[in-house]
Design a protein around this ligand. Sequence first.
Ligand code: ADP
Ligand code: MG
Length: 243
Amino acid sequence: MSEHLHPVLDVRKLVKTYGQGEATVHALRGASLTVERGDYVAIMGSSGSGKSTLMNILGCLDIPTSGRYLLDGVDVSRLSDNQLALVRNRRIGFVFQSFNLIPRTSALANVELPLAYAGLKARERRRRARAALDLVGLAQRAGHEPNQLSGGQQQRVAVARALVTAPALVLADEPTGNLDTQSTADVLSVLDRLNRSGRTIVLITHEPDVAAHTKRLIRLVDGAIVEDVRQRPINDHERAVLR
Ligand code: ADP
Ligand code: MG
């Protein structure tokens, strides 16, 4: 079956509890969510509402207490730890609030890193990493190390690293949380452009201005989805982009 026939994400009744007995915390209370190819989703909610818990499960960094999770049509709960690590590496690109670049290492080498596990030859890795840096407008900075780049530039390197494996899904947890206004605008314009070229993006944000860029706004309260609003349509040509 073609990958295009099923949603990128299909999660049903996700429950996540921490602890036991009286100390039990209900971090997710049956969240269900489908994300189509080409969508651009913001998840908002106050502190403690379950955003990071949901993100960690969507990113295969954690498993739910119960519920079903299909990523690109694959039931993640049936995978072994090794298979899960492969899924994380190839199917999902992560962007974190704190960039998480490797210090004293060039932008190009940082972007190449996820490809090192994929068994690609050095020349091909370099070619793809350069293309990803070009996409985020940093081809000229390939040789710079993180401390020679501004916060906004570092985050764009992190975005290049997230997309170099051509993942089905880019997950971003407060990607502009540490950035000034101009850098926020730069990073958002990169994410907007990536989405227009067909990437599926899910981002967590506290900022209404950031959420306003997306096509769909989801609100979490106490581990439940209380609002799910389509802000813009998914264009057919975006949905149909082959990657
Ligand atoms: P958010 O990211 O929206 O701030 P979280 O997903 O981090 O929310 O947390 C949701 C709830 O689960 C909170 O009450 C939090 O204290 C609790 N929680 C998160 N992680 C753990 C953990 N590892 N152990 C116990 N409780 C946790
Ligand atoms: Mg959080």
